[in-house]
Design a protein around this ligand. Sequence first.
Ligand code: GLP
Length: 251
Amino acid sequence: MVKTGPDLQPLPDAQGVAQAAADRIAARVQDNPELTVLVATGLTPMATYAELARRVRAGELDMGGVTAVQLDEYWQPGEGALHGDDPRSLWGWMQRSFVEPLGVRRTIRFGDSSDPLEVCARYDAAVQAAGGIDLAVLGLGPNGHLGFNEPPSPAHSGTRRIDLSTESLASNAVYWHQAVPPQALTTGMATILSARAALLLVTGAHKRAVLDRVLNGPQTPEVPASLLRTVGTVILADEAALGSGAPVGEP
Ligand code: GLP
């Protein structure tokens, strides 16, 4: 793949990011109605999905031919992947925010299993059979993670079970007002980096320091999202996340 820098699109606010992201996703779907999309949950992309849902309801967009691919799921040691009906399940969140409101009929998910190797192998085989990922829609973890590729996650890291970092446990507990399992399944960096296109959505002042590392720091497995700079990624970020443009830590 040709090495290019990230294409940064600054937007005034989170709603601007949602509009721009929805425009880009809709344009891809219009070009290829059978697009395979890797779908992040988390709070950042929710306004984007709501805008896509509005367009679908208005008859402006048809996402029925899209295949939606799960990015990550919590894993309870001794039990396995959280079931979709667990209120904290990321598959459940993806269904409520993306699959159902957008009328998506085809999905690839981790599925229920107590064997991490088996569930990851099945997932990878399904992604491969679908022809790989056309578009990855990603959020930025507080420590630079993508999905649950916690630092350090090298570019070749595969789909796997992983121990969650203290930062991820804290940021994810906020979603549910309760603790989350200590482990997770995540799509590997290898799959994310082989996507034909990627959108990284970043909003809010709390992401400013980590976004600065992603954009301006060394490309390193210690900041997994910095590895996106080697592929054609579009970063949509609001002013709060970008700050005034001055490097973080400088007056
Ligand atoms: C979470 C998820 C990611 C998500 C990221 C950012 O831990 N595992 O998939 O993209 O962190 O979340 P948020 O958008 O809520 O800031």
